[in-house]
Design a protein around this ligand. Structure first.
Ligand code: 2IT
Length: 450
């Protein structure tokens, strides 16, 4: 590895000893940049990497809200405004008990390069709170969101930072967050929050965009192999917004999600989740209880395997981890390699541990696609939402879908092109890291050193 990269990784570890997820992503991204850092000695003089690993700004704040019994609760909120060299900070808010500074920094760092890859003018940020929306009433979620935004609003804005959703922060939460923002600033400043419902300035197709984009990217990977998506069988983890979008688009294009895993175990539906009834049932099931997918098996008479992940099953063509970080460790990666399945398409942010990712990349029979490229359709349509808001109009579903498709094709093509240019061959992981990095690097070098 390039000595400058190694030094920055070592220094980052020393400086942030209690942030394992953050260090994991810094190591993963930086270690794939050797060829481009070798080619640009001026980056070291400009302390470019040292500046890239340090967020431009981190805000931590208290969120106090009242439950339905009149009891107060205190949570910790975050917004890490990582890098705005390419445009206003952009990235989601995660509401989950696991949220801490390390998680938010890892997501923020990833977001910078993902947002750059889209080719759209957006910087990277991430935020969240250690609040658990599960089991809370609508009124409790509303009071929490209002309390959260009452602090966050002073740090965001349509030209400053535009948060969106992530785990635990869906359409309902975004609605309450945007409502409180509008109330506080006294203006319909739509572009300050994305993922809004269409009736309140949102973009058509935003809820489906990440899943649809992932399938469009997958189609490019298959095309490269002379394959098509029709008839392909998919095993995935997660059936949230993103997973659901994958199921829907896959079914539309003649592929089938035949395995999906949730927190309680996995479902095996050999017919695939390919009817409107099944897709609607998943939405209902999730709204009632996001922790259990077993009811799907009972409803549709298929197999449910309690407490297990579906990695390693053989009767599929494609794996798509779409749940959360570090879902696939080295043991699972070995099972995946043994299964003989050819396509490993990351969807969730950092779903693979670094050692598992390295192992999978070494397997000659497996093609690995990285989440920061595959899931970038979500943030892309968020940016299209900002653009529509700036124009004060709505685009049609066809217009948004066509733009999304074009963006995903570009992301794939630029990753392939850059990896080949640097002599790395067909390496979608390094290609995405380098292509995203190059855009941020150019903008930072052009803007002076600070
Ligand atoms: O991880 C992600 O890209 C998101 N959670 C969506 C970010 C956005 O601004 O739509």
């Amino acid at each position: 590895m390039n000595a400058y990269i190694q030094r920055v990784i070592d220094e980052t570890k020393k400086k942030n000893p209690n942030e394992p997820e953050f260090l994991q992503t810094v190591e993963e991204v930086l270690s794939s940049l050797s060829p481009v850092i070798d080619a640009h000695p001026e980056y070291e003089k400009a302390c470019l990497l040292e500046r890239m690993v340090e967020p431009e700004r981190t805000v931590e704040f208290r969120v106090t809200w009242m439950d339905d019994n009149g009891q107060y609760h205190v949570n910790r909120g975050y917004r890490v405004q990582y890098n705005a060299a390419l445009g206003p900070y952009k990235g989601g808010l995660r509401f989950d008990p696991s949220v801490n500074l390390s998680i938010v920094k890892f997501l923020g760092f990833e977001q910078v390069y993902k947002d750059a890859l889209t080719g759209l003018p957006i910087g990277g940020a991430k935020g969240g709170c250690d609040f658990d929306p599960r089991g809370k009433s609508d009124a409790e979620v509303m009071r929490f969101c209002q309390a959260f935004m009452t602090e966050l609003y002073r740090h965001i804005g349509q030209d400053i930072d535009c948060p969106a959703g992530d785990l635990g922060c869906g359409g309902r939460e975004i609605g309450y967050l945007y409502g409180q923002y509008r109330r506080l600033v006294g203006a319909a400043e739509f572009g300050a929050v994305s993922g809004k419902a269409v009736c309140t300035g949102g973009s058509i197709l935003r809820p489906e965009a990440t899943g649809f984009g992932a399938v469009y990217y997958l189609c490019e990977v298959l095309k490269h192999d002379g394959e098509e998506i029709k008839g392909k069988r998919i095993a995935m983890s997660g059936y949230g917004n993103v997973g659901w979008g994958i199921m829907k688009k896959a079914a539309e294009l003649g592929a089938k999600v035949v395995y999906f895993a949730g927190p309680d175990g996995y479902i095996h539906d050999p017919d695939g989740v390919d009817t409107e009834e099944k897709l609607n049932y998943i939405l209902e099931m999730r709204a009632k209880d996001p922790m259990h997918c077993q009811p799907y098996a009972e409803k549709f008479g298929c197999e449910f395997v309690a407490g297990k992940k579906c990695w390693g099953v053989k009767d599929v063509d494609i794996y798509m981890p779409a749940a959360t970080q570090n879902d696939v460790n080295l043991d699972w990666a070995k099972k995946i390699a043994e299964s003989g399945v050819k396509y490993y398409i990351e969807v969730a942010n950092m779903p693979t541990t670094n050692e598992a990712l390295e192992f999978l990349k070494e397997q000659k029979h497996i093609i690995v696609a990285p989440s920061k490229a595959v899931n970038a359709g979500g943030v892309s349509v968020s940016e299209l939402e900002m653009a529509q808001n700036a124009e004060r109009l709505y685009w049609t579903a066809e217009e948004v879908d066509a733009k999304l498709k074009g963006i995903m094709k570009n992301i794939y093509a630029s990753s392939v092109e850059v990896a080949e240019r640097y002599g790395l061959g067909y390496d979608l992981v390094a290609g995405a890291n380098i292509a995203g990095f190059q855009k941020v690097a150019d903008a930072m070098m052009a803007q002076g050193i600070f």
